[in-house]
Ligand binder design. Structure first.
Ligand code: B16
Ligand code: MG
Length: 222
């Protein structure tokens, strides 16, 4: 019987809603380059790295940049994005998340962050939960993007647990696939249809009972 012993959280879309800041910053970049960028397009960038996001955006805008200009635009976007992150406070933690973190803290259940963002550490500091994590794995630690399970495998290793002992909370399709590819239990946060490959899906953390998590920490993967 496999027991789940640890939890891995994605960051953007799970713990905080930084997608709204990414949207503003990418939209400014697109507009400055002379084309538009929609919320629907922003949805497709969830869990996607900064480089890959810019490649997609330029494709949508039918635009090519030199290598130097590409790097300059990425830096500008990040600078703009960080100006929003800088204003973040504890109240940006999404509803229901703190209740789950409190439960894990009180019961000594190890948990890690597994995010594609290179700004993850700065964000966790801003919302004052950096110290709570037993391991933090972000875009600076990985060479393969989700749906490759690398980010979650590193997290499991740092938590000293086997991949199949981990529960992963994710809001992106690629992230759910990464968890499934790593034989971890996947819990989607968001839309049931979009995240249909997940083992379980909840609209947000307010819909998750502590009892549900307690049971997962005892039961076998369904
Ligand atoms: P950065 P996650 C991802 O975070 C975001 O969902 C995605 O939109 C973003 O492009 C990516 O991080 C890279 O972020 O520019 O901060 O390095 O959902 O994996 O926590
Ligand atoms: Mg995410």
């Amino acid at each position: 019987m496999k027991n789940h012993k640890a939890v891995i959280f994605d960051l953007d879309g799970v713990i905080v809603d930084t997608a709204k800041f990414h949207f503003k910053a990418w939209k400014k970049l697109a507009n400055d380059l002379g084309f538009d960028f929609t919320e629907e397009q922003n949805e497709q960038l969830k869990g996607v790295s900064r480089v890959e996001s810019l490649k997609k955006i330029l494709k949508w805008g039918n635009m090519e940049l030199t290598e130097d200009e590409f790097k300059r635009q990425m830096a500008l976007k990040n600078e703009n994005y960080l100006s929003y992150v800088d204003q973040m406070e504890d109240d940006e933690i999404l509803p229901g998340v703190s209740k789950v973190l409190d439960y894990l803290n009180e019961n000594n259940i190890p948990y890690a962050l597994g995010s594609a963002s290179k700004n993850a550490r700065a964000i966790l500091h801003k919302i004052n939960i950096y110290e709570n994590f037993d391991a933090i794995v972000d875009g600076t630690d990985v060479s393969k993007a989700k749906p490759d399970p690398e980010v979650f495998f590193i997290a499991a290793k740092r938590l000293n647990v086997k991949p199949e002992e981990c529960i992963v909370f994710e809001d992106s399709v690629a992230g759910i696939q990464a968890a499934n590819n790593g034989k971890m239990l996947s819990i989607g946060i968001g839309d049931k249809t979009t995240l249909k490959e997940a083992d379980y899906v909840f609209a947000n953390f307010t819909e998750i009972d502590i009892e549900f998590i307690e049971n997962l920490l005892r039961k076998e993967k369904k």
